[in-house]
Design a protein around this ligand. Structure first.
Ligand SMILES: NC(=O)c1ccc[n+]([C@@H]2O[C@H](COP(=O)([O-])OP(=O)(O)OC[C@H]3O[C@@H](n4cnc5c(N)ncnc54)[C@H](OP(=O)(O)O)[C@@H]3O)[C@@H](O)[C@H]2O)c1
Length: 261
């Protein structure tokens, strides 16, 4: 059974890595999917990647989600081409890599990360609600991508970890206010995901990271897409304000095995 037949889905950051797998999952489950990267060039690359996977039922629209004018243009395109929106996946993220530690990093970098991850996610969600969900008899569903680093920090990623913590709080706050209006807001918090960045790890680091996980594996993008699709589907119709961790058991341990022996 295709759970999203006749539905329209928007996946931000759907143009590379995990975003591609999320787009693929919704297309394969019957949805028409709008996807964006932050620029024309990155969105075009994503289009090529999705076509190479044999997918056709998706619409690429470049959009920097931190820019309200571009967000508005994206929603104009959805209005024009689909006339409705059923699911919003806030997947786009600034990873905040290479900032250095909290004593050295430029404070503006903090704002940069928040502008995409927190502010961007909020303004896309607000527009989805006002322009579509609140006007439709069948309201909409929002799924955010957070991270297990919201609860267990990683080194030299102060802005990123903080932004993911803010997303967890925003998910609960939105769920509280939007639940009575019929809109569900949930979140998937991944741990390690096998992306292009994982591909270039040296084998010893990859092995150590896997040893850090009770299940001894990183997630595939498809693993994450499965959780996102579940939260977006009617199978999760009694859930809102929920943060589902998908990290191969990483967060349930006190210490990784190589330390704890
Ligand atoms: N990878 C992991 O191990 C991991 C672990 C935990 C949580 N997560 C979370 O899971 C999600 C997917 O992770 P990922 O590693 O696949 O992501 P990624 O490779 O870092 O890709 C980020 C995506 O967000 C887009 N993006 C960044 N800034 C944007 C902006 N201002 N406007 C619109 N799009 C923007 C990028 O588009 P461009 O191509 O245009 O830059 C790209 O498509 C993210 O929310 C991430 O934080 C990932």
């Amino acid at each position: 059974m295709k759970r999203f037949e006749g539905k329209t889905v928007l996946v931000t950051g759907g143009n590379r890595n995990t975003g591609l797998d999320i787009v693929e999952r919704f297309v394969n489950e019957g949805a028409r999917v709008f996807m964006c990267g932050s620029s024309e060039e990155s969105t075009a690359k994503g289009t090529d990647a999705l076509k190479a996977r044999g997918l056709a039922d998706f619409v690429p629209v470049p959009c920097d989600i931190s820019d309200i004018t571009q967000v508005s243009t994206l929603f104009d395109a959805i209005e024009r081409e689909a006339g409705r929106l059923d699911v919003l996946v806030n997947n786009a993220a600034n990873q905040g890599l290479g900032h250095g530690g909290p004593l050295e990093m430029k404070p503006e970098m903090f704002l940069d990360v928040f502008k995409t991850n927190v502010f961007g996610g909020f303004q896309v969600t607000q527009m989805a609600c006002n322009r579509f969900f609140m006007r439709q008899e069948t309201r909409g569903v929002v799924v955010f991508l957070s991270s297990n680093t919201a609860k267990r920090a990683i080194r030299n990623r102060t802005a990123y970890c903080s932004s993911k913590g803010a997303i967890n709080s925003m998910v609960r706050a939105l769920a509280l206010d939007l639940g009575p209006l019929g809109i569900r807001v949930n979140c998937c918090a991944p741990g390690y995901i096998h992306t292009e960045r994982w591909d270039v790890l040296d084998p010893a680091t990859a092995r150590r990271r896997r040893l850090n996980c009770p299940l001894r594996r990183e997630a595939s993008g498809a693993d994450i897409a499965g959780v996102v699709a579940f939260l977006a589907s009617d199978d999760a119709r009694n859930m809102t304000g929920e943060i589902i961790t998908c990290d191969a058991g990483c967060s349930c341990q006190h210490m990784p095995e190589d330390v704890d022996c």
